[in-house]
Write a protein that binds this ligand. Structure first.
Ligand SMILES: [Zn+2]
Ligand SMILES: [Zn+2]
Length: 111
C-alpha cells in the first residue's frame, strides 16, 4: 500500500511506513482489528483516540506517583544517613570520635 504521508510504496499489512514511519495500519487495542484509519474502530466501535488519551493520562499519573515515591525514599535515606552517624554501630561520627580519643590517649602516653 502507498503511504498517505510520503507516498512510499509499502508491502501490504505493514503497520508503519518503512520510509517515514507514519502509521499505515491502526490496531484496535480492544478487539485487535486492523484498519487503515485511526479514530473509531470499524469492528467494535471503540474510540481509539479516546482510549489512548485515557491510557496516556493513567500512565502520567502512575509516573507521578512513582516519582513521588522515589523522592520520599530519598528523603528517608537522607534522614537515615543523618541519624546513623550517632546511633548506628557503623556511624562515621562515632568512628571519628573513637579515632580522636585514641589519638589523644596516645599523645598523653607519649609524654
Ligand atoms: Zn511514509
Ligand atoms: Zn475494535
Amino acid at each position: 500500500m502507498t503511504c498517505p504521508k510520503c507516498g512510499a510504496a509499502n508491502a501490504d499489512g505493514v503497520q508503519f511506513c518503512t520510509h517515514c514511519h507514519a502509521t499505515l495500519l491502526f490496531k484496535c487495542p480492544k478487539c485487535d482489528h486492523m484498519q487503515t484509519h485511526g479514530g473509531t474502530c470499524d469492528a467494535c466501535g471503540l474510540n481509539m483516540t479516546d482510549f489512548w488519551t485515557k491510557r496516556l493520562a493513567i500512565k502520567r499519573v502512575e509516573q507521578e506517583n512513582f516519582e513521588r515515591k522515589q523522592t520520599e525514599q530519598e528523603l528517608n535515606n537522607v534522614q537515615t544517613a543523618m541519624t546513623v552517624p550517632f546511633s548506628g554501630p557503623g556511624g562515621w561520627a562515632m568512628f571519628l570520635l573513637t579515632a580522636a580519643i585514641r589519638r589523644i590517649g596516645a599523645w598523653f602516653e607519649s609524654r
